[in-house]
Design a protein around this ligand. Structure first.
Ligand code: GDP
Ligand code: MG
Length: 296
């Protein structure tokens, strides 16, 4: 009998429901200016997921990042719609004195929690509260090949307490494969030594299967990414890539860079987990803190 009722039917219903309501997912990119953040946003939207832009054309809306700016696209994959919003931030840490340069970013993240909280505590709540909370924050590490800078550490230390931080090595095409691998190991060591817990956080592994899968990911983080918003012809196919004197670096080719790993983690394999941790951990601690202040 159970075989007949079947988990399949339940899964089908869930799938139909998400197809109707769709996913909402909010990403943020942060890091010093010139590290390829805006390019990466374009890469994400242009990479192989069919897309339906909403509103004005993307290019027209991002001339130069002077303030926090959000762009939303509805992307569709295998019949499932996803509303992907990416918030691009101006380069921080560009000043001589970088004290408190993280304030506007932390303020933005907290403002979204506050908005959600205000809707949630209303006596008559909306059936579905609009969710602008940042589910993941991609932090761009400059490709120095050395160690993390004090600024990187300080920034990630603060951010990781309120949001899921996914660090990436920016412009990885400027490093050799050996340099990439060594830099990656150093960054992992650095984060550990400073007690900074980036996504996927070890504390939140649900079970041993989760742990095995996430250990594999933790071993690869930060992903060494390359961004590009132009297409080129390679073997008769159009690919997103950077054309250099020596050839084309294809951003979607796993042999060339780890952009595909980043994209899959964010908008495929770990999308729901990122949302769950945002809601159950980060938003929850914001909520508890606010209700304790109790001036709501
Ligand atoms: P942002 O200030 O962080 O938003 O950086 P932009 O996306 O505006 O990129 C700054 C410059 O770096 C532009 O000239 C980009 O074409 C270039 N760029 C972006 N991504 C990459 C990359 O992965 N590798 C290399 N070599 N250059 C990149
Ligand atoms: Mg920019």
């Amino acid at each position: 009998l159970f075989g007949y009722v079947g988990i399949e039917a339940v899964l089908d219903q869930m799938r139909i429901k998400t197809m109707k309501t769709g996913f909402e997912f909010n990403l943020m990119v942060v890091g010093q200016s010139g590290l390829g953040k805006s390019t990466m946003v374009n890469t994400l939207f242009k990479s192989k997921v069919s897309q339906k832009p909403t509103g004005p054309d993307y290019e027209e809306r991002i001339p130069k990042t002077v303030q926090l700016q959000s762009v939303t696209h509805v992307i569709e994959e295998k019949g499932v719609k996803m509303k992907l919003t990416v918030t691009d931030t101006p380069g921080f840490g560009d000043q001589i004195n970088n004290e408190n340069c993280w304030d506007p970013i932390i303020k933005y993240i907290n403002e979204q929690y506050e908005k959600y909280l205000r809707e949630e505590i209303l006596i008559s709540r909306k059936r579905k509260i609009p969710d602008t909370r940042v589910h993941s924050c991609v932090y761009f590490v400059p490709p120095t090949g050395h160690w993390l800078r004090p600024l990187d550490l300080e920034f990630m230390r603060r951010l990781s307490k309120i949001v899921n931080v996914v660090p990436v090595i920016a412009k990885a095409d400027t490093l050799t494969l050996e340099e990439r691998a060594e830099f990656k190991k150093r960054i992992q060591k650095d984060l550990k030594a400073h007690g900074i817990s980036v996504y996927p956080q070890e504390d939140f592994d649900d079970n041993s299967d989760d742990r095995i899968l996430n250990n594999k990911i933790r071993d690869k983080i930060p992903f060494a990414v390359v961004g590009a918003d132009k297409e080129h012809q390679v073997n008769g196919k159009r690919v997103l890539g950077r054309k250099t004197k020596w050839g084309i670096i294809e951003v979607e080719n796993p042999a060339h860079c780890e952009f595909p790993l980043l994209r899959d983690l964010l908008i495929r394999s770990h999308l729901q987990d990122l949302k769950d941790i945002t809601h159950n951990v980060h938003y929850e601690s914001y909520r508890v803190q606010r209700l304790n202040e109790s001036n709501l």
